[in-house]
Design a protein around this ligand. Structure first.
Ligand code: PLP
Length: 416
């Protein structure tokens, strides 16, 4: 079969597909595989219990159940959910958000596909624009969503060394040149894969740069506040009429139901609704129906603050302790974990590539993600990208501990 350019592009081997395949394969075949690779959030008993209760309520209210399953939502997404969320955001953050500023998508991954291709690619005047990722490493899921080549640009970060084998990336504003070829700026905050949380002044600078260049600033808030609130610093959330904030119900505990949320100027929301209609007719309704009572009661905020954040904060501290015990004597650094569900490990001067380390670890029964996937748009070869791996600590503690032990043993062998 002869495939179009688009067909070839989407059937090429993407990092995100390898990640999802590894997850599925390992789960189907080898149940002993220690899954420190994928980005699946943890199954948190209190959250699961709450969703079971809400589902039971729905089952006992046939009209709710029948409407949720049997009627298409509007292309913009379930109207009641959107209204309730706009109210919550106005109340919580005093943002002037109206229902016209919110659209739902089938997962926020789909929203990035739509948004990035809206703001980058070919333009009427013959120009070509890119998405600027001002900090790299960035989320692996962005890397392959562009429908055209040469889709991203980025800059190497500044590295700050902290105490106890910790380090932190900062945006290198001195070298951040925003030319006419940039169509939008995007950052994940907290960042996947590093757990970095851009400081308020970094976000303010990005906001004013975006204003100055009349391009939007897209903030990926998949782990941020007000839900799921997997953020361990007190970074201030932000939204205005030049900011597009993307959120998700996935890390709150509903990854399988695929509900993404875009909060943006009306013109952008109208375009998302159009694309939803073309691609899906309408976004799915089950996620918004399950979360609606939690939004209305504001429980989504208390559960995030009192259950989800402490749950991950504890696991984070535990995983860091395992790493510090096991990696003693090696030339390693951990990115300061300020949020999200990952630890980003840097093995300085690693004698093999992170891809080779990944393959050796897979043989030994532990899955991680090699670092080089997380540098979309970086043109130059940077050895650092081949010295890092991402691990998740969302799994059971015994899995995390056993996985870390194997990673440490293998890294030690490699250095020796
Ligand atoms: N953005 C970031 C930073 C993520 O880590 C993820 C998922 O892992 C997504 C977006 C996409 O999430 P979803 O499509 O499940 O909403």
């Amino acid at each position: 079969m002869k495939l179009s350019k688009f067909g070839q592009q989407v059937s090429g081997r993407s990092g995100i597909k390898q990640l999802m395949d590894d997850l599925g394969e390992a789960l189907a075949g080898n149940t002993d595989m220690l899954m420190l690779g994928g980005g699946n959030p943890a199954l948190i008993p209190e959250i699961n219990q709450r969703f079971r209760e809400i589902m039971l309520d729905m089952l006992h209210t046939p009209k709710d159940m029948d409407h949720t399953l049997g009627i298409y939502a509007e292309p913009q997404g379930n109207r009641h959910f959107i209204q309730a969320l706009a109210e919550l955001l106005r109340e919580e953050f005093h943002w002037p958000v109206r229902p016209e500023n919110i659209a739902l998508t089938n997962g926020s991954q789909a929203a990035f596909f739509m948004l990035f291709n809206m703001f980058a690619g070919a333009f009427d005047d013959g120009s070509h624009r890119k998405i600027l990722l001002p900090l790299t490493p960035e989320y692996i899921g962005y890397a392959d969503v562009g429908l055209e080549d040469d889709f991203f640009c980025t800059h190497k970060p500044r590295i700050e060394f902290l105490e106890e084998h910790l380090f932190k990336y900062h945006i290198d504003f001195d070298n951040l040149n925003i030319g006419n070829d940039v169509g939008a700026i995007c950052v994940s905050r907290p960042t996947n894969p590093t757990g970095n949380v851009l400081a308020d002044d970094e976000i303010d600078k990005l906001k004013s740069l975006a204003q100055q260049h009349q391009i939007p600033l897209i903030i990926d808030n998949a782990y941020g506040t007000p839900f799921p609130n997997i953020i361990f610093t007190d970074a201030k959330p932000t939204w205005d009429d030049n900011t597009i904030l993307c959120m998700s119900l996935s890390k709150f505990g509903l990854p399988a139901i695929r509900t993404g949320i875009v909060i943006a100027p009306e013109q952008v929301i109208a375009a998302i609704a159009e694309m939803n209609a073309v691609l899906n007719l309408a976004p799915g309704s089950v996620g918004s129906a399950l979360a609606l009572p939690l939004i209305r009661s504001r429980e989504i905020i208390t559960l995030s603050k009192e259950v989800i954040r402490p749950y991950y904060q504890k696991k984070n501290a535990q995983a860091r302790q395992y790493l510090q015990q096991e990696l003693q004597g090696l030339d390693y650094y951990i990115h300061n974990p300020e949020g999200a569900i990952f630890l980003w490990l840097w093995f300085r001067n690693l004698p093999i590539t992170a891809q080779q380390l990944y393959e050796r670890l897979k043989q030994k029964g532990v899955l991680v993600i090699p670092g080089h996937y997380f540098f979309p748009g970086l043109q130059e070869n940077w050895k650092h990208a081949d010295e890092c791996i991402r691990i998740t600590y969302a799994q059971d503690d015994n899995v995390v501990r056993a996985g870390i032990k194997i990673i440490a043993n293998e890294a030690r062998k490699v250095y020796e």
